[in-house]
Design a protein around this ligand. Structure first.
Ligand SMILES: *Cc1c(COP(=O)(O)O)cnc(C)c1O
Length: 427
């Protein structure tokens, strides 16, 4: 059966990929597929789902809001769902983060952050136009976000159109990594040298705190984020945390900035914000950044917006999801429940570089003879596509990033499936 129809799917070479699988419904962590299979959504549907699929509380909040006000222009007008959500976020984030700019996906939240940082300096007559970002970073697929992220085969056709970014080393680590301290120290020294020389040109340092998502679930320690924060303060450069993936409990705290005890000048949130129901994002910043725009001069305004900015349905979903998040706080207990599964992975000859952060567990798969082989990624992807867990490895990196509400039995099933796939590789 051909399910592609007239659809041009994302991140897919349609000439190679199998036909997409039709999903009939989702409840809890389970997805029911058209072929009759039920699979566990072990990656939260591209990292957006927090509390399981089709949570009635969120569905109802959307329905109630839809009957009252589904959408309205957000320039010159406002509404309660946006006001309430902005307040909830500002109350939950570190104190200096107090101004919320709405958009509708992670990439646009990044674009807004870039514009905020660059124009804040422009408005002050400084014209800083350099952005510092890290090796392996992923910040989204729009042009500014693509430029800020690590260049790859995905961005290659556009290379000539992407603005230059100052790329700094990222000291990715894993359990038992004896070399971490030295790597982190070197990376911070490189950053310091760069900021010392270019402090008057660098508008902002941008990082995915604790975990680089699409770059392969590559993790760093809080000390690295704290080191970056001190350098940004020392050289008076804005710090932006791209928490599009890490926000809303993913790292085991409400936000990664809280876990790291670092207050960035700008934070981008999306993915989990509505519990996975509707597209929405925010870029939250400080009064200081806001004040660089706030004046009687029309030219100092941030001229950016989207048709669906602060969509009331999205805001209502986000408020309902936040209620569940603070009531259940189920993101707090996943890390401990990974332990027994990690123990088993440690003993597997194909597994290396095990790492975890809050609700995220990742490891790399190597071939049995110790060397990597290029075709491993596609093989893994294909094997997992036939398993009872929806897992989508990033190359040879397998990661588990489930809805927080997953039960012990369901978690066990994911790891059983992982071990089945390992066994099948030997055949
Ligand atoms: C997914 C992601 C983005 C882009 O968000 P979209 O909603 O897919 O545009 C940006 N940054 C990070 C860290 C992400 O994980």
């Amino acid at each position: 059966m051909n399910h592609l129809g007239s659809i041009w799917p994302p991140f897919t070479q349609t000439g190679l990929a199998p036909d997409p699988i039709k999903v009939l419904n989702g409840h809890g962590v389970w997805l029911e597929l058209e072929d009759g299979r039920k699979v566990i959504d072990a990656i939260s549907s591209w990292w957006v789902n927090l509390h399981g699929h089709a949570r009635p509380e969120i569905a109802e909040a959307i329905y109630t809001q839809a009957k009252q006000l589904e959408h309205v222009i957000f320039a010159g007008y406002t509404h309660d769902p946006a006001l309430k959500l902005a307040q909830v976020l500002v109350d939950a984030l570190p104190d200096p983060l107090s101004k919320v700019f709405f958009s509708d996906n992670g990439s646009t939240a990044i674009e807004v952050a870039i514009k905020m940082a660059v124009q804040a300096s422009y408005n002050k007559g400084q014209a800083k136009v350099r952005i510092v970002a890290f090796e392996g970073a992923y910040h989204g697929d729009t042009f500014g976000a693509m430029a800020t992220g690590e260049r790859s085969v995905f961005s290659e056709p556009f290379e000539g159109m992407l603005f230059a970014v100052d790329r700094m080393p990222y000291p990715a680590t894993w359990e038992g990594d004896a070399g971490y301290e030295a790597k982190e120290c070197d990376a911070l020294a490189r950053l310091e040298e760069h900021l010392r020389v270019h402090r008057d040109e660098v508008a902002m340092v941008m990082i995915e705190p604790f975990v680089q998502g699409a770059g392969g679930m590559r993790m760093v320690e809080a000390s690295f984020l704290q080191g970056i924060d001190s350098l940004c303060k020392k050289y008076e450069v804005l710090l932006c945390f791209d928490e599009v993936m890490t926000g809303f409990g993913r790292t085991g705290e409400f936000f990664a900035c809280i876990k790291a005890e670092v207050c960035p000048d700008i934070i981008c949130l999306s993915k989990g914000i509505t519990g996975g129901f509707l597209p929405l994002s925010v870029t939250v910043t400080t009064q200081t950044v806001f004040d660089a725009f706030h004046s009687k001069d029309p030219l100092k305004a941030l001229y950016h917006g989207h048709s669906y900015t602060a969509n009331p349905l999205g805001c209502a979903a986000a408020l309902a999801s936040w209620q569940i998040l603070i009531q259940e706080q189920s993101f707090r207990n996943l890390e401990g429940r990974y332990h027994q599964h990690i123990e088993k992975l440690r003993n597997h000859s194909s597994v290396e570089k095990i790492r975890s952060c809050g609700t995220i567990l990742a490891f790399d798969v190597k071939s049995s003879n110790g060397g990597y082989f290029d075709s491993l990624g596609p093989i893994l992807k294909q094997r997992f596509a036939h398993s009872r867990a929806l897992l989508r490895p990033l190359g040879n990196t397998v990661y588990v990033l489930p809805p927080y509400t997953i039960s012990d039995d369901e978690l066990l099933l994911i790891f059983e499936e992982i071990h089945h796939v390992f066994d099948s590789l030997k055949e």
